[in-house]
Design a protein. Sequence first.
Length: 232
Amino acid sequence: MLTTSTVLADLGPAAQLRAGHLPRRLSQLLAGLALYGVSMAMMIRSGLGLDPWDVFHYGVSGHLPLSFGTVVTLVGAVVLLAWIPLRQAPGLGTIANVLVIGVTSDVTLSVLPRPSELWLRAVLLVLGIVLNGLASAMYIGAQLGPGPRDGLMTGISRRSGLSIRLVRTVQEVVVVGVGFALGGTVGLGTILYALSIGPLVQRFLPLLVVCLDPPGRLPDPAGTNQTAPAKA
């Protein structure tokens, strides 16, 4: 059941920063993005399949003298350029997404070995997917702007009139196909991620959405939550 706490505000970049609770939202954003990078590295180390965009990232990294995390960052920056003709405005969370996830995934990959036992790899995969869902809900719930790839999806949908479901499906089929052709890892984990990530985010998001102050609310140190008087 959808409650008030699960409704995400539709705000521009400047309004996102003025919507209150900024220290909490920034902390949650950065923690979520860092956890997202860790979860990506866990799925890679499982060797049992990656999520669609990481199939692409991993495939590209195999053909360039760049780390996986660097490829994630560069692809995010390129995707942001595609926002320009779509008239999308990146928020603080969008920029942080580009900068933080790639770094944390590289750091995690440098210290996390690949288990030799299949059952340990399966545990690593499942835990990585669950943490990815939690991390997604954390950074989305901070309400500081979508990630580059999510914004590309919503921008194309808005400008073309096509459904988000169709745009997302086509987008992920394309990146999986290209990534697989380049040598990206497709496997059981790819299917499991596709089936479970939506329900996981839906489960975690109501617990992590930060309710924003309504427009026109005055600073209220006493906690009386008064709103600005209407102008005549």
